[in-house]
Ligand binder design. Structure first.
Ligand code: RP5
Length: 194
């Protein structure tokens, strides 16, 4: 594995294997995608979502990717996240082998910096959809996965609600701070917005 091995992988492996079976599978096309996905993985860990992380490549380990897609539902997984860069066929290949919803995360890499991966994921042929989030949007992928899981596991709805409330409060605080610093907002007619 290139570079350092983020601690999140070790923690995830221990906690999931020791406690409950994973319901969410996160698949990376390469270990080089891991850094981008860390914010999403950290959120999953913080919320105690039982998840597993694998490195499988649609091109370099096609048989393993096929096996993973075919066995995912049987192993109890409910949702898959697949992150890949460049000619990113991983989410589409997994989606072709499973009825589980697959969320694709286009990773910015190579000369086209994720535009290639984005188009590959979002332009799936009719019949095999991949729910594609933005380039490098690992956190949104994690949130979307939890939203899907919350349909089967209502316990996650509170975590989502708390997250949104906290996000809302953060913006309100920043807006108040802006006002405290003396900034004023004007509309196009240069009238002050109350
Ligand atoms: C894709 O090619 C991977 O998902 C990664 O984003 C990109 C480059 O892979 P490495 O050469 O860094 O392994 O398959």
């Amino acid at each position: 594995m290139t570079g350092h091995r983020p601690a999140i992988v070790m923690r995830e492996t221990e906690s999931v294997n020791n406690n409950s079976n994973p319901v969410l599978g996160v698949v990376l096309g390469s270990d080089s995608d891991l850094t981008v996905m860390l914010s999403g993985l950290e959120l999953l860990e913080e919320w105690a979502i039982p998840f597993e992380v694998r490195i499988l490549s649609a091109h370099r380990t096609p048989d393993a990717a096929q096996d993973y897609g075919k066995s995912a539902a049987k192993r109890g997984l409910k949702v898959l996240i697949a992150a890949a860069g460049m000619a990113a066929h991983l989410p589409g290949v997994l989606a072709s082998y499973t009825m589980l919803p697959v969320i694709g995360v286009p990773i910015a890499s190579g000369h086209l910096q994720g535009n290639d991966a984005l188009y590959a994921m979002v332009q799936m042929p009719p019949g095999i959809p991949v729910a594609t989030v933005g380039i490098n949007a690992g956190k949104n992928a994690a949130l979307l996965a939890v939203q899907l899981l919350s349909l089967a596991y209502p316990i996650y709805q509170k975590k989502l609600k708390d997250f949104r409330d906290s996000q809302c409060q953060t913006v309100i605080s920043k807006d108040a701070e802006l006002a405290r610093l003396g900034f004023r907002c004007y509309n196009v007619a240069h009238k002050e917005i109350p």
